[in-house]
Design a protein around this ligand. Structure first.
Ligand code: UDP
Length: 328
C-alpha cells in the first residue's frame, strides 16, 4: 500500500514507518519536526515537512497521489503539559487531526490508523478493556478521545475505514531508533539519563496514590511490539471498517519498580526523590490487549520490563546525544 505517516520523524511514528517499509509498503513521512528528528525518518521513506494545521500543505501532499492509508501520529503528547496549556493541545491535536481527516476524505484515502492513548481511560486497578468507560484525567487524553469520536462519525458517514490504537507506555529502542524528546518528560529516558550521569536524580511524581507502593502504575510496551500492531491493523482494515484496540502487556509496574529495573539493568544506584503529584496522572493504567490478540493475532515479543529497559539503555549508551540535533 501507499501510506502517509504523519509524525513519522517521532519515536513511535519513525519505528512504524520502518516496519511498514520492511513489510513492502511505500511510505511518505509528513512531519513539522517540532519534536521529531529528521535523522529518525527511515532512508527508504519520502519526507515532507509540514503542519497538520495547514490544509493547503495537506492538499499538496495528498492531491492525485493515490494514498491508500494515513497513519496519524503527529500530536503533542505530554499529559502534564496539556494541563498547563490546554489551548495548544486542543488546537494541534483536535483541529490538526480534523484537518487531516477531512483532507483524507477529500482525496479518497480509504484507511486511517489513529494513535490514541491509555490516557482516555480513568484509573482502574485491573486490566482495561476497550469496552470500559472513558474518563480522561488530562486534556491530552481528552483531545485523543475527541478525535476518536470524530473518526467514528467519519466512518459512518464517509465510509472511512478506521483503526484506533490506544497505546499504553511505549518504551525501549528499535535498532537505530530510540526515545529522545526535548524537553524529556518520560520516565524511562529520564531514569536512564541519571544512569548516564546527565541528571543527578530522578523525581518521583507522587507517592500517595492508591497503589501498592504509592507511586503510579503503568503498562510498558516495547516500541517494536507497538509498531507491529500498526502493520497488522492496517491490513485488518480490509475486513473490518472500525477497530479499537488497547496495546500493552497486561502487566503494571510502579514508578519505583521502573527505577528498580533500571538500577538492575544499568548497575547505577539512580537516586530518587519524591516530589508532589504531576497534574493529569491517573493512578493505574494497565491494558488488556486480549482483543487485538484474538482479532489480529498480535503477540508481544518483548514483554519483560528489564529487557525493554535494557534495549533503551543500549540505545542511550550508543547515542548519548540522541539524534545529535539538540532535541533530546
Ligand atoms: N514520572 C515520574 N517522574 C518523572 C517522569 C514521570 O515519576 O520524571 C511518572 C509519571 O508521573 C507517571 C509515570 O512516571 O506516573 C509515567 O510517566 P510518563 O511521562 O513516562 O508517561 P505517561 O504515563 O504520562 O504517558
Amino acid at each position: 500500500m501507499k501510506v502517509l505517516v504523519t509524525g513519522g520523524a517521532g519515536y513511535i511514528g519513525s519505528t512504524v514507518a520502518q516496519q511498514l517499509l520492511d513489510a513492502g509498503h511505500t511510505v511518505t513521512v509528513f512531519d513539522n519536526l517540532s519534536s521529531g528528528h529528521r535523522a529518525a525518518v527511515p532512508p527508504g521513506a519520502a519526507f515532507v515537512r509540514g503542519e497538520t494545521l495547514d490544509r493547503a500543505a495537506l492538499d499538496e501532499v495528498l492531491v492525485d497521489a493515490g494514498f491508500d492509508a494515513i497513519l496519524h501520529f503527529a500530536a503533542f503528547i505530554e499529559a502534564g503539559e496539556s494541563m498547563r496549556e490546554p489551548g495548544r493541545f486542543f488546537r494541534n491535536n483536535v483541529t490538526g487531526s480534523l484537518q487531516l481527516i477531512d483532507a483524507a476524505v477529500a482525496h479518497g484515502v480509504g484507511r486511517f490508523v489513529f494513535s490514541s492513548t491509555a490516557g482516555v481511560y480513568a484509573s482502574k486497578d485491573s486490566p482495561l478493556l476497550e469496552t470500559d468507560p472513558v474518563g480522561p484525567a488530562s486534556v491530552y487524553g481528552a483531545t485523543k478521545y475527541m478525535v476518536e469520536q470524530a473518526l467514528e462519525w467519519y466512518q459512518r458517514i464517509h465510509g472511512l475505514r478506521v483503526a484506533v490504537l490506544r497505546y499504553f507506555n511505549a518504551a525501549g529502542a528499535a535498532g537505530t531508533r530510540g526515545e529522545a524528546h526535548r524537553p524529556e518528560t518520560h520516565l524511562v529516558p529520564l531514569v536512564l539519563q541519571v544512569a548516564l550521569g546527565k541528571r543527578r536524580e530522578i523525581a518521583i511524581f507522587g507517592d500517595d496514590y492508591p497503589t501498592p507502593d504509592g507511586t503510579c502504575v503503568r503498562d510498558y510496551i516495547h516500541i517494536e511490539d507497538l509498531a507491529t500492531a500498526h502493520v497488522l491493523a492496517l491490513g485488518g482494515l480490509a475486513e473490518q471498517p472500525f477497530m479499537r484496540f488497547n496495546l500493552g502487556n497486561g502487566a503494571g509496574y510502579s514508578v519505583r519498580e521502573v527505577i528498580e529495573s533500571a538500577r538492575r539493568v544499568t548497575g547505577h544506584p539512580i537516586p530518587a526523590v519524591v516530589h508532589p503529584r504531576r497534574a493529569g496522572d491517573p493512578a493505574i493504567l494497565i491494558a488488556s490487549s486480549d482483543r487485538i490478540q484474538a482479532e489480529l493475532g498480535w503477540h508481544p515479543q518483548h514483554p519483560e520490563l528489564d529487557r525493554i529497559i535494557e534495549s533503551a539503555w543500549r540505545w542511550h549508551l550508543a547515542h548519548p546525544d540522541g539524534y545529535g540535533d539538540g532535541k533530546q
